[in-house]
Each structure stands twice: as C-alpha cells, then as structure tokens.
Design a protein around this ligand. Structure first.
Ligand code: FAD
Length: 326
C-alpha cells in the first residue's frame, strides 16, 4: 500500500470501448492497442468506427498495402467534425481505394479460420482482420474511486478549475471528460502541479481547445463546430475557402486537398470555431486558435496581410466569404 502526504492525482486515461455487437466478443479482433504491436500487415481489414482513430489507422494500413473497408454507424465519417471534413476524408479514402460504408451499424460479426465477416443488413463484408475503433471509455468503478468519495457510476470525474475532484484528490486527462487529447492532459497537469505546490496561477479555461486528426491531409479543428455554435444559440456566420482556389498547395507539391472553414458569432464579431484541413492542417490551426482564444475582432483579422504563398492564406479567403453568408 502507498500513502500520499499531499494528495492523489487520478490520471488513468481511457480504454477502448467495445460495442455489444452479436458475435464480436471472444473473436481475436484488434483495438488500437493490438494494431500498433503487429509486425505483419493483414491482407485485408475492416475497421468498425469512422472516427479519428479509425480514420487514421484505416489510411495508414491501406498505405501499408492492406485492402481496407471502413464501416460507420452514423451518416458520415468523423461525424463530430464539420460536414466538409467528412466529405473531404471520404473522397480521399475512395480515391485511395479504401471502401466506406456509412449509416451502416454492424448487426453481427462472424469469425473462422479465413478471418472475419461483418453483417450489414443485406450485405456481408469479409476481411482477414477486424479493427474495432468505436470510442473510448472510463471504468471508474474498476478503479475504485468510491474509496476517495467519488461516484463510481459516473462516466467521467467532475473537477473544478484547479482539477480538484474531492478533498486531497485531483484528476486530469481523459478521465475528466474535457477532451481526450494528450495536450489536454498536459495542460491540466500543469494546473495540478501549481495547485499542489500552492503556486496559484490561472484556472482551467476550455475555450478554443484544438484537435487534429492525423490523416493525410490533416484535419485540425478548434472551438465550436457550426452545429455546436447554432445549438448554443449564437447568430452564426460561416466562411469557407477551398485550398485549390486559395492557398498554393501545388507550388509545394504537397497536394491540393483541403479547406479552411471559420465560424463567427455575428453579434460579437469574433470567431468561435474553425477547421483547417489540408497539408499541415494542424499547424495552420495555430493562428485560428489564437484568434478564437483571444477573441481577436474580425475587423483586425481581415485587415492584415497574409504571407504569400502559404497555406494559411486561405484564412483570409474564408474570412472574406463570411461577409456574404447567412
Ligand atoms: C490510437 C490513438 C491515437 C491518438 N492520437 C492522439 C493524437 O494524435 N493527439 C492527441 O492529443 N491525442 C491522441 N490520442 C488521445 C491520447 O492518447 C489521450 O487523450 C491521452 O493519452 C490521455 O492522456 P491521459 O494522461 O489521460 O492518460 P494516458 O496517456 O492514457 O495514461 C494513463 C496511464 O495510466 C495507466 N493506468 C490505468 N489504470 C491504472 C491504475 N489503476 N493504476 C496505475 N496505472 C493505471 C495506464 O496504463 C496508462 O499508462 C490518441 C489516442 C489513441 C487511442
């Protein structure tokens, strides 16, 4: 047994969530854990789940030479992102030979010596390997959080701005439900260290949290999507710039797929969200993150020169297209 003098920090992350699909349990399917340990590329692979992890691994293994099919229960891949992001990634997957089934919740899984079968209504897909990438889950009961006064039936650990969860207990990372990203865990860790050492400083602020899907091209997003902004009751304006007509991808031979979409709150004349998809989409995102986090007025963003020929120049075009949007 270990004893802590100052407190406990719960930082146990999440595990893959396995959906209750008939026939799946007991088969030798992969999760993100097994797939990164493999030393052999499967001949063919079905990926259940077209979120960020499913999409990234589908493209990686397709490029390694596997014949890959992605099966997604929702109407589009990466459904939590802007529709333009889903359209872009689906178009690229089809171009690269990755098959995509959307609106297709698997009904049953079969497994024999030849591999796996996934039953989708009238059709049956087969592959030598199956990857389950259907999200992440916490297991607070298994962790025994009741012993420190926390609710074991909760899906995440509630924390205040200093990441305090109970007397002498802090929590950071995926278990807090504030964004399952490495950078979120690191950001919160800094707050906890300051709090435990009595150093003060700023409390957690979850505005303009960035996320990047490392497909090729990268899809970076920050802040609210247009759907989230509408749901929050904002008077939303959106602006869109497609990379081939805006930034100069072809000069760098880096590809011409991508776009920048900005979401503005028309009442406050500031950006509240953005997506940057394209070569180095995650890097281009940084300027948009600062604009959203610091609530830089749209007028300021519009009245500055954007370096030529860069990808981030598309921000200027996206801002310009905000004007005519409703
Ligand atoms: C395939 C994949 C790709 C990802 N790509 C990205 C990305 O590109 N960028 C990004 O920001 N995020 C990415 N993420 C998410 C990111 O990995 C997580 O958000 C991040 O690791 C969470 O950090 P954490 O500190 O909460 O916990 P973790 O990094 O998960 O660490 C938790 C640790 O606690 C240990 N542990 C668990 N229970 C106990 C216990 N009872 N006692 C002791 N130790 C325990 C675990 O074994 C683990 O080592 C990805 C996740 C996956 C699965």
């Amino acid at each position: 047994m270990f004893r802590a003098r100052r407190g406990i920090v719960i930082n146990t992350g999440t595990a893959p969530a396995i959906p209750p699909i008939q026939g799946l349990a007991g088969t030798p399917y992969w999760t993100n854990r097994e797939i990164v340990q493999t030393e052999q590329v499967p001949e063919s692979m079905i990926v259940i789940g077209g979120g960020a992890i499913g999409a990234e691994l589908a493209q990686v293994f397709s490029r390694f030479g596997a014949e890959v099919t992605v099966v997604e229960a929702r109407p589009r891949l990466v459904s939590f992102e802007e529709p333009e992001a889903s359209e872009l990634i689906e178009r690229i997957f089809l171009r690269e030979g990755i098959k995509v089934y959307t609106d297709a919740p698997p009904e049953r899984i079969g497994h024999n010596d030849a591999g796996f079968s996934v039953h989708l209504g009238m059709s049956v897909l087969t592959a030598t390997q199956l990857l389950v990438a259907t999200g992440r889950r916490t297991d607070l009961a298994g962790l025994g959080v009741a012993a420190v006064g926390l609710d074991p039936s909760a899906s995440v650990i509630a924390t205040d701005g200093r990441m305090r969860a109970a007397e002498g207990v802090w929590a950071i990372g995926d278990v807090t439900g504030k964004g399952a990203f490495t950078h979120m865990s690191m950001y919160q860790a800094d707050i906890v260290v300051r709090d435990i050492l009595g150093q003060g400083g700023q409390a957690a602020d979850y505005r303009a949290v960035p996320r990047v899907m490392f497909t090729d091209p990268e899809i970076g997003s920050v802040g609210l999507t247009s759907a989230q902004a509408l749901a929050a009751g904002l008077r939303v304006r959106t602006g869109l710039a497609q990379v081939p007509y805006s930034a100069r991808g072809w000069i760098h031979k880096a590809g011409n797929d991508g776009f920048i979409k900005v979401i503005a709150d028309a009442d406050r004349s500031v950006l509240v969200g953005a997506t940057s998809a394209g070569p180095w989409g995650g890097e281009v995102l940084s300027a948009l993150q600062v604009a959203i986090r610091a609530e830089v007025p749209l007028a300021t963003l519009r009245n500055m020169p954007y370096a030529y020929p860069t990808f981030y120049r598309a921000i200027e075009d996206a801002l310009r297209s905000l004007e005519g949007s409703s």
